[in-house]
Design a protein around this ligand. Structure first.
Ligand code: 4G0
Length: 251
């Protein structure tokens, strides 16, 4: 996979792209990660990339020429493959999710556009961008941190990026439920002990306990996830008892 980021602050990506899992994936040739400063594609002599909005109202708007110029430069570099996804990070975008990460991980070329502005010229959205994404309902000073979040979640899904043992572990969301609690040595720490069942060696019992813990934790913290989770009739029944118990505790 090839990933390009259009940004006025390429130095923000150095640490994230060079470190840990992302850095290793890049060194091993599993992904190419590049930044491009779109100021280089400004068409005026002061190299400006923004301007005041038509119709007034204050603030600044990102001009179309530097963004179109930078994307077209990347397309001229070729690299074969399919049409790239051109992704604009903005608070008005579709909320990013694990499902979207999985969808993007199937692509061969992603281009991220990061702005620091109150807005983009609408023609960028209309004629260049394929996806508008938001990482959540809050406003940041720029789209760089959101782009890093999306890139990290996509790259870790690429084949060979995570070691076998790590990818085998059931992540939160992979089965629609939150993860069960985990413990390691010592069996007792400051008087707080590890649940007996985990030390019992009864694998069937351990699996049952973990599943119940996942269900309970999801019910308490993220009941919205239960609507889409794959549950047995027995589990649904157990959850309704649990829900009643919680409700009676609150009244
Ligand atoms: C475009 C994304 C870019 C428009 C970007 C702000 C949060 C997110 C930016 C704006 C961002 C997110 C209209 C404020 C840059 N902040 N939640 N800031 N507006 O993904």
């Amino acid at each position: 996979m090839r990933i390009d980021v259009l940004t006025l602050f390429p130095e923000m990506f150095e640490g994230v792209f060079g470190s840990s899992i992302l850095g290793k994936a890049r060194d091993r040739g599993l992904v190419s990660l590049s930044t491009l400063n779109f100021r280089e594609f400004s068409t005026n002599k002061h190299h400006t990339v923004d301007d005041t909005p038509y119709g007034g109202g204050g603030g600044m708007v990102l001009k179309p020429e530097p963004i179109f110029g930078a994307v077209e430069h990347l397309l001229e570099q070729g690299g074969g493959g399919r049409e790239p996804r051109v992704i604009l990070m903005c608070p008005q975008g579709e909320t990013f999710s694990q499902r979207k990460a999985a969808e993007l991980s199937e692509e061969s070329h992603l281009i991220f556009i990061c702005g620091h502005y109150e807005g983009y010229d609408e023609r960028i959205r209309q004629y260049l961008v394929t996806d508008e994404l938001s990482i959540g309902d809050y406003v940041l000073t720029g789209g760089e941190l959101p782009a890093m979040v999306v890139i990290d979640s996509v790259v870790r899904l690429l084949p060979g990026v995570l070691g076998n043992e790590r990818s085998a572990v059931a992540d939160s969301f992979s089965d629609g439920l939150l993860e069960y609690p985990q413990y390691t040595r010592p069996p007792e720490f400051r008087g707080w002990s590890v649940p007996d069942v985990l030390l019992s060696g009864h694998h069937a019992e351990i699996e049952k306990w973990r599943r119940m813990q996942s269900l309970e934790r999801t019910l308490v913290r993220r009941p919205d996830l239960l609507e889409k989770a794959e549950l047995t009739d027995k589990e649904r029944h157990w959850l309704s008892l649990m829900r009643d118990k919680i409700d009676s505790g609150n009244n």
